[in-house]
Design a protein around this ligand. Structure first.
Ligand code: ADP
Ligand code: MN
Ligand code: MN
Ligand code: MN
Length: 371
């Protein structure tokens, strides 16, 4: 079944029922990240409206079912950190993105937000006003795990007509993309664009610019919304960095980055300085740039298909074959932002934004073993 029609039963009910909902009940969906960087959620009916994270009570879940705790001591805490409007239930209902803690309030396995925030809260970092914009690439699969629109057990014609394509046979799954865009906008996620990608059934959306910790919060919530929308279309989403091997582009999370100094006149000098810091510790970055400490991304960063090899750091203006690219318009204006093209589609944006500020603003040095 191609994902062209939404399975609207659930939506029709939630939309149609708005006027009949009791006025003193509010549904909050708590969303959190598990030990494998998967998303989990559960809902709770509250008697008060949630505007800020502190309006929603701390809650818990069975961590032994998510490999975040043992069965004997299974409760993990979930503490609300960011609130979005619920684009599925509408009304005064909300989605709350949470931190996960162990019973003793230490960060649980998979919680990288705490250390990211620690870095973002340092006075030098706050003063530098780091902005991030992430280009999230992903592929849409049929339930069977096969990219939608592709012949079963076979391939489509070679890449070329699909990127920013228009029309049947060129793009697959636009209804998912469109629904996701509208749902993100409604929720308050800072999504800023979408496009069809080079590999058919692969798409991109961009989130940003966001300052500091906000990029992680907004990107994770945009992924939650995407997976929820896909459920409704009977298809699934993969963030695998190389979902189809062979002559097909992989999927990344290009991370666009600037500090206040880079955005000011002649900020390009600051960009060059940052690039020299990146150059000295490529492996620490590659480790933070995918869900498997660099292993998944090796399949993607091969030095072809618009990527640079993971074995060699490179930079260049308008060069999509380099690790870090300065966009042409930023070179022309002598300020703006740089693009780190290395993060994989399945990266953790908290880990990515954290290592970038640690290297470029906090001047942390030293590299690890090659990935
Ligand atoms: P590309 O040309 O690489 O495809 P896109 O247009 O897809 O680039 O994405 C550009 C990204 O850069 C967006 O996420 C946007 O929010 C982000 N961005 C724009 N200006 C800045 C800035 N000054 N600092 C950081 N990110 C920025
Ligand atoms: Mn892009
Ligand atoms: Mn892209
Ligand atoms: Mn890009």
């Amino acid at each position: 079944m191609l994902a062209t029609n939404s399975n609207n039963t659930f939506k029709a009910f939630t939309e149609g029922s708005q006027n009949d909902m009791p006025s003193d009940k509010y549904i909050a969906t708590y969303v959190w990240i598990d030990a494998e960087q998967g998303l989990r959620s559960k809902s709770r009916v509250l008697e008060r409206r949630v505007i800020n994270p502190s309006d929603a009570p701390v809650w818990n879940f069975d961590g032994s079912s998510t490999e975040q705790a043992t069965g004997r001591n299974s409760d993990c805490w979930i503490k609300p950190r960011a609130v979005f409007k619920d684009p599925f239930r509408l009304g005064h209902n909300v989605l709350v993105l949470c931190d996960v803690f162990n019973f003793d309030w230490t960060p649980a396995v998979g919680n990288s937000r705490v250390s990211c925030l620690e870095a973002m809260d340092k006075p030098e970092v706050k003063e530098a006003k780091p902005w991030f914009g992430i280009e999230q690439e992903y592929s849409i699969l049929e339930q069977a795990g096969h990219p939608i629109g592709w012949p079963r057990g076979g391939y489509l014609g070679p890449q070329g007509p699909y990127y920013c394509g228009v029309g049947s046979g060129k793009v697959f799954g636009r209804a998912v993309v469109e629904t996701h865009l509208h749902h993100c906008l409604y929720a308050g996620v800072k999504i800023c664009g979408t496009n069809a990608e080079v590999m058919p059934s692969q798409w991109e959306y961009q989130v940003g610019p966001c300052e500091g910790i906000e990029i992680g919060d907004h990107l994770w919530m945009s992924r939650y919304i995407l997976k929820m929308v896909a459920e409704d279309f009977n298809c699934s989403i993969t963030f695998d960095p190389k979902p189809v091997s062979g002559d097909w582009n992989g999927a990344g999370c290009h991370t666009n980055y600037s500090t206040l100094a880079m955005r000011q006149p002649n900020g390009i000098e600051e960009m060059f300085k940052a690039i020299e810091k990146f150059r000295k510790r490529p492996n620490v970055h590659l480790k933070a740039y995918d869900a498997s400490s660099g292993e998944d991304n090796k399949r993607r960063l091969v030095g072809a298909y618009e990527t640079a090899s993971y074995k060699e750091f490179s930079s260049g203006v308008a060069n999509r074959g380099s690790s870090i690219r300065i966009p042409r318009h930023c070179e022309a204006e002598k300020c703006g932002y740089l693009e780190d093209r290395r993060p994989a589609a399945n990266c953790d944006p908290y880990a990515v934004s954290e290592i970038i500020v640690r290297t470029t603003i906090l001047n942390e040095e030293g590299d690890c073993e090659p990935i």
